[in-house]
Design a protein around this ligand. Structure first.
Ligand SMILES: Cc1cc2nc3c(=O)[nH]c(=O)nc-3n(C[C@H](O)[C@H](O)[C@H](O)COP(=O)(O)OP(=O)(O)OC[C@H]3O[C@@H](n4cnc5c(N)ncnc54)[C@H](O)[C@@H]3O)c2cc1C
Length: 440
């Protein structure tokens, strides 16, 4: 059976692993638009969360398996079409994630100092599409809109000292710019209350351990308990978040150089400015049935940059059925159309941690096996042979697993310890590193 997987992030690689276990003879081709594998594990997860990134060791084993091939630097929709993949493979799985920022939908969002989290995080993580974002980080105050872990990542990375980031793999250009910024006040803003925040406790608690940054929480804002409306399985996490926030609120304050102000029940109304950002207009909310209701009471924050971390959507791909409303591929429990499936964030939207994709992949592959048992593939499809010819014709420089390992080795070699790696951040530099040894 010839299998194509589009996207080499966690969902693609866990799906590949599950398929290989169930169908040991399957030939699995994993495509990624970037010359590097691992999706958000490389380009999204915070650079100071190295232990989370250790999952790549398992992913590496998946990519190195006999019968599995990595096709980096091949973008589906640009280098190969949906129809070409369907013609070449018996089974096709999309696992392209959800890499576009959701818009805030408020006036002022197009000011140059307003950044989506995908772009901002991609900038400090050296994503080739975002490495040159050069966020201004102007002035002394910046707002991060969002109440999830991505928002926490952004404020934490901005608040850390160069020494605290020393053993991270933050890109040099970003470390330099963050180090030179004069930021003193970071605002972490949620439309709803502390009970609704989707932080995880470990990440929230980290904010309390920053060397140069104090965390400011209004005790009134966290004098609230988790109510019966919270789903049973989430009660413990939400309670723990409230406890952590209360412990922050009880702090006496200190003379640290920076502050993170945690603001709840504040809906962004407009980004203020005249060509560039001068402030953020917010309206107080109250939570009714889990939803934020505006109260009419408005206030302003004097910020000079804004990062919006309010969620992501999947970009549409020519020919692949797409649901505009939810911003992901149309699918029925993973099935897009016979022989074509979706996995991970492009299937169910941007939620869950890396490990969630493993569980989901197991469920999806079980379903695929049932579908295949009910209607086995007709067979006779050419698999990799067909796409090799097309990519050759189109002059696409494919980065295979060995070439990725050359990039990997070169990045590690050029880092100054304790930094684990210094990433190449442009496609050109990545392709040069991919080619280096083979051409020498
Ligand atoms: C900022 C951020 C921080 C996070 N931090 C953590 C954390 O600390 N711990 C944790 O457990 N989880 C974390 N997560 C969640 C975790 O990253 C996701 O659960 C996981 O990456 C989703 O996997 P995925 O495979 O669906 O998508 P992705 O990881 O996005 O992978 C999609 C892949 O598809 C490729 N692709 C896209 N379009 C195409 C195309 N047209 N052709 C070919 N290839 C394509 C992309 O290049 C990418 O490699 C974080 C997420 C974000 C956004």
């Amino acid at each position: 059976m010839h299998v194509a997987i589009v996207g080499s992030g966690p969902s693609g690689l866990y799906t590949a692993d599950a398929i290989a276990r169930l169908f040991p003879d399957a030939e699995i081709d994993i495509f990624d638009r970037l010359p590097t594998p691992y999706g958000l594990v490389r380009g999204g997860i915070a650079p100071d969360h190295q232990s989370t990134k250790a999952v790549v060791r398992a992913f590496e084993r998946t990519l190195a398996r006999e019968g599995t091939r990595f096709w980096g630097n091949v973008e589906i929709g640009r280098d190969l079409t949906y129809d070409e993949l369907k013609a070449a493979y018996d089974l096709l799985i999309f696992s392209v994630g959800a890499e576009k920022d959701r818009a805030l939908g408020i006036p002022g969002e197009n000011f140059p100092e307003v950044y989506g989290a995908a772009a901002f995080v991609g900038w400090y993580n050296g994503h080739p599409l975002h490495h040159d974002l050069e966020p201004k980080l102007a002035g002394t105050a910046l707002a991060v809109i969002g109440n999830g872990n991505v928002a926490l990542d952004v404020v934490r990375v901005l608040a850390k000292t160069q020494a605290e980031l020393g053993d991270s793999d933050i890109c040099e250009h970003a470390a330099r710019r963050i180090g030179a910024a004069q930021l003193t006040d970071l605002y972490l803003i949620g439309r709803r209350g502390p009970v609704e925040a989707s932080f995880t406790p470990i990440e929230l608690a980290e904010l309390g351990e920053l060397e140069r940054c104090e965390i400011v929480v209004d005790p009134q804002a966290v004098a609230i308990d988790v109510g019966p409306e919270v789903p049973e399985k989430e009660v413990k996490v939400r309670q723990r978040n409230i406890e952590i926030l209360r412990s922050f609120a009880a702090r006496n304050g200190s003379a640290k150089a920076m502050r993170i102000h945690v603001l709840f029940n504040a809906a962004p109304v407009a980004i203020l400015g005249d060509g560039s950002v001068t402030g953020l207009l917010l309206e107080r909310t109250r939570v009714v049935d889990g939803r934020a209701e505006l109260t009419g009471e408005r206030f302003q924050l004097p910020v000079e940059s804004v990062v919006a971390a309010i969620g992501y959507h999947t970009p549409a791909l020519p020919g692949v059925p797409f649901d505009e409303k939810s911003g992901r591929f149309k699918n029925d429990d993973g099935l897009i159309e016979p022989g074509v499936y979706a996995a991970g964030w492009c299937k169910h939207g941007p939620r869950g941690v890396v490990g969630t994709n493993r569980t989901d992949a197991g469920i999806l592959v079980k379903r695929i096996a049932e579908d295949l048992a009910a209607k086995p593939p007709a067979g006779g499809k050419p698999g990799a042979g067909a796409v090799t010819a097309l990519l050759h014709e189109r002059g696409v420089r494919v980065v295979d697993f060995a070439a990725w390992k050359r990039i990997d080795a070169a990045e590690i070699a050029r880092a100054t310890p304790p930094k684990p790696r210094e990433k190449f951040v442009t496609s050109e530099a990545l392709l040069a590193a991919a080619a280096s040894e083979s051409e020498s």
